[in-house]
Design a protein. Sequence first.
Length: 322
Amino acid sequence: MTFDKILGHDRQKDILRRALANGRLAHAYLFAGPDGIGKRMLAIELARAIVCHEQRGCGNCPACRKIDNQNHPDLHTLEPDGTSIKIEKVRAFQRELNLKPLEAPRKICLIDHAEMMTTGASNALLKTLEEPRGDTLLILLTDQPNRLLDTIRSRCQILPFTRHPNSRIQAELEKRLELNPTEAHVLAALSDGSFKKAFGKDRELYLEQRKTLLKTLTGLSTGSILQMLEFAEQISADKAILPDILEIFQAFYRDVLTTLHGRDTDELVNLDLKEKIFRVASKESIPGILTKLEALMTAQRQLDRNVNRQLAMEVMLLDLTA
Ligand SMILES: [Zn+2]
């Protein structure tokens, strides 16, 4: 049995491997942990191992290939429509579950973002969990296990997943994207332990434009109103990347704060901008930086509420240069 395609999560893989080998899989699992760290991938690998003609998720047999092509008749997935999973969808799902598996020894049902089930949907699913059938396996995925009903949680075997360490993400970025260690470090540090985030980051923005953006930001002074207005206009032009730009600014000021606290430089995100960080830190105080980080968070909240972007950026830059 191999789960080699999935990085990390060794304990969780071990538990599943052993359960598979002994024929003692639970009727329902709850994979709980942050988004983008491989929960769904592991669930799919488990499904492959179950349906595989060689019983190991070989990847080559017709059953494995059907899983990969998302057309295996015994793998069912349930996902939110927008922000919720409604009762009608759970009911339709249950009608499927009541039929015998067509090709595999079990029907495998994946519920992604299970916390988005409405109360009605959760109560409906509870019936399935209370009367498990030997030929079904439910895998619930969630990043917010506390939002699930207690009664649902207690009927699943819970496998907690944790974020990947930055060093692991950095190593993968270096290997797969051929980034240099500093670039890989910056992306890894900004990815909250998520491979998905790390690989999904706009590299042009985070690696190249980051330096120019921070140069302009730190070059602004209280008196340069015109320059500030131009910069506000520039960064607010593209609604889609503005949150990323704020994330870059935030990471920079957190680096300055780390420096002011006298912590190790290994903890910095912007390892390639140490001198700039030290220079800014020499002119700043801890309360001053905390105020700036607060201004960035306020701006972020305002963007979430769809306020005028440019105005929000002007106010934020005024606070950042105060
Ligand atoms: Zn196979």
